[in-house]
Each structure stands twice: as C-alpha cells, then as structure tokens.
Ligand binder design. Structure first.
Ligand code: PLP
Length: 408
C-alpha cells in the first residue's frame, strides 16, 4: 500500500495519437478490416492480441481508458461500459446464475439495490442485505450458495464505510468474490490493494467530473474481464452496455485532473463538515472524528486525497430539507440535483430521490431519515465564503439557530 499511488500510476502511462498527437487518436469505427480471413477468425476466437473486430467487443479508445483505470485501481485490466449500472449488472450476472446467492450491504445506491432486490430474483439469484459494518453479521449471512460479497467503499447515501480488508478475509475463507463499488472514493481508496477481487466505478461521478456523460468500469483480473467480453458467454459482450469511443476519449481527458479535483473536493468537504458539526448540525462525514468508522477509514485511505467530497446533513424534516435546498440553489450555492463529483456542489434528499427504490420501512431501519440532505461538495475556490453563505440560508430557515452561531 505504501508505494502504491494511483494518480502516479495513471501519469506513468504514455500515449501518442496517430500523428504524434498528445492525446491518443479516437477510433471512430464500429468495425475493423482484416488483411486475411484467417486473422479475422483468430480474432473472433480471442486469439489475436492487438486486433480489433467490432467495437461492442473492444475498441482502441476504450482500451486506452481501460488501461488507465486498471492502473489507477492496481488491477490487471479493466472494461469500461456505457454507465455505472452497465458495469455492475454484467459483473454480477457473470459471477452468479440460477440458485446462487449474494450477500450485499443494505446501504448501496438505489439502482443497485433495486437490481438485487427486484430483478435478479427473476433469474433465480437471491440476495441477503446486511449491515456491512458488522463483519460477524456478514459472515453469518453466507450460505453454501453464496458466490459474491457486494459493497460500496463509502455507501450511498449514508456514508457508511466498509472494512474492505476484513471483508476480503471473509471472502477468501468462503471462496467468494468481493465486489466493491468505489464510486464515492476514487484515488482515496484502492480496494484491490485491500483485497477486493473486483472494483467498479460509475465514471459518471468523480472520475469524469463534468456531469456531461454517464459511464462505468469494472476493474479486475485479465481472466475475469476476458470472461465478461467472451463472444459466446460474456455478460458485457452479450448484454451490450458498451461505451462509445468518443465518450471514452473525453472521460480519459477528464481523468487527467482527477487527483487535483479530489484533493479540492476533500478539502472543501472537510472544511464545511467541521464547521457545520460545530454549529450543532447533525453532520456525517468520514473525516470527522464523530464518524463511527473514522479511525478505520483513516487507515484505508491514500491520505493525500483525503476523506472525499460527500457529506450529509440532517435538518430534521423533508419540508425543511426541500426549502433549504431550494434556497441554496436560488443563492447559487449549488444545484438541487442528483449525482455527484461536479465542480459545483450538488444536493438532494436521498429518501425521495436516489434511494427512493428502497421501501420506506427499510429506509427507516437503515437510518435514512426524512430530513437528510446528501451533499456532493464542489470545487469552490473560497470555501469560507461558501460556508458563510450556506449558514445564512440555514439561519433564514431556522435550520441553524442564532444561539448556536452566536456561540462562535
Ligand atoms: N454506484 C453508485 C455508488 C452510484 O451512486 C451510482 C449512481 O448514482 C451508480 C453506481 C450507477 O451509476 P450510473 O448512473 O453511471 O449508471
């Protein structure tokens, strides 16, 4: 872990465009010619390294991005996809079939939750949802049919931290694959280095960072990625969630600044979290000592990238949360929008948006309260100014009382 720096690994790759360009050329083709029919046959059979057949299988632009993301996560290789869900669903379907079982964290992105809860049972795959922070509960949920342990490094939206090294031990003991969605913590956490078998990202978020596209990636061993792309049995090849070459080229260019952006997101989020907690607001941020997994998380991160840009505030009721978000948007402090990792702060109430797939009684059980606002803190240049402006909005709506602020 000590010598592993994900941003340096990306930087160490060197690409040239076709005419000596500083960016690799974009392969704007869906299909590729062959000088001999034999080479075409061998490529189809997967025996011709460096030859391209058809862009749903692979394309030069996608392979460049695959390589960079594999370098970032420290896996042998990777496979980019048209969305985060386009990475998660084929990965799980490649690992599990009729009669198989998954043990998953109960606090995960609503789309993933809905896939495991409502969709995969149609294919005979069952999932048990558990509190991922309790390793004994995780292990107790494993059955002889279990094939996969699934979690998010930092969960959406409650910011619970999964002990990846601890989960990896359990996975190894029971011969399971540990699949980790690292969307909230790129560069900060390197799950494969902590023992995860497969690392997934929604590129839509921090990695692309400009909220102009959806995208995803599965980072894993060559053997697993080959199986995903197999022309006869690969879930990615056959379900077809392929990223377009033009998009992979643009995501690649944005990836170049990820390390700078993550440091600023983390700095700004820590700044706000510390102050709002001091002001008496119920603040959840993994960088705060009050976070139940703060100490564990501090041992998991590559410290220079910090504790990430995601923070939650509980303002009591949904009505208050909605009013505050509308006011903050009116003051141009951010956007009332789902998603994360943008230059501008984004905020939403997860119970009625990104986690609305989770039934109300389950939301209550997992601690997803009505008044919870999820913030993806932006790249604001002067975060003290932002803090003062946000505080003003909160005081105007009585979310913060003048007493607590006067105490400062
Ligand atoms: N994983 C996490 C943690 C997410 O937050 C999301 C989307 O919000 C996804 C996966 C799905 O990614 P996408 O929207 O790119 O399909």
């Amino acid at each position: 872990m000590k010598n592993f720096n994900p941003a340096d690994n990306i930087q160490d790759l060197q690409y040239f465009g076709e005419f000596g360009g500083v960016n690799p050329s974009i392969s704007d083709s869906s299909t590729y010619t062959f000088l001999s029919a034999k080479t075409m046959f061998d490529t189809f059979e997967g025996n011709m390294e460096g030859c391209y057949l058809y862009s749903r299988h692979s394309s030069p632009s996608n392979l460049y991005l695959d390589k960079a993301l594999a370098a970032m996560e420290g896996t042998e290789t990777a496979n980019v996809s048209a969305s985060g869900m386009g990475a998660i669903t084929p990965t799980l379907l490649q690992l599990c079939g009729l009669g198989d079982h998954i043990v998953s964290s109960r606090t995960i992105y609503g789309g993933t939750y809905a896939f495991l809860k409502n969709f995969t049972p149609r294919l005979g795959i069952k999932t048990t949802f558990v509190d991922i922070t309790k390793l004994d509960v995780v292990e107790a949920a494993i059955t002889p049919e279990t094939k996969v342990l699934y979690c998010e490094t930092v969960s959406n939206p409650l910011l619970e931290v999964a002990d990846i090294a601890g989960l990896a031990k359990i996975a190894k003991k029971h011969n399971l694959k540990l699949v980790v969605d690292n969307t909230f913590s790129p560069l900060s956490v390197s799950p494969a280095k902590l023992g995860a078998d497969i690392v997934i990202h929604s590129l839509t978020k921090y990695i692309n960072g400009s909220s102009d596209t959806v995208g995803g990636v599965t980072c894993a061993s060559q053997e697993f990625i080959d199986s995903l792309k197999n022309v006869n049995s690969g879930a990615s090849m056959l379900l077809g969630p392929t990223m377009d070459s033009l998009r992979s080229a643009s995501v690649m260019k944005n990836l170049r600044t990820l390390h700078i952006r993550m440091k600023q997101h983390s700095y700004n989020a820590m700044y706000l979290a510390e102050r709002f907690e001091k002001d008496g607001l119920k603040t959840v941020y993994p960088g705060l000592k009050s976070h139940p997994s703060h100490e564990l998380y501090a041992t998991m991160i590559n410290p220079e990238y910090g504790f990430g840009g995601m923070m939650t505030l509980d303002v009591g009721t949904l009505a208050k949360a909605n009013k505050l978000m509308e006011l903050m948007q009116a003051k141009n402090l951010g956007y009332l929008a789902v998603s994360l990792g943008f230059y501008k702060t984004l905020f939403s109430a997860p119970g009625t948006s990104t986690s609305s797939e989770i039934p109300m009684e389950e939301q209550i059980e997992m601690g997803l309260t009505d008044g919870l606002i999820r913030f993806s803190i932006g790249l604001d240049n002067d975060i003290e100014r932002t803090y003062q402006m946000m505080k003003k909005c909160m005081m105007e709506l009585n979310v913060l009382t003048s007493e607590s602020v006067l105490m400062e």
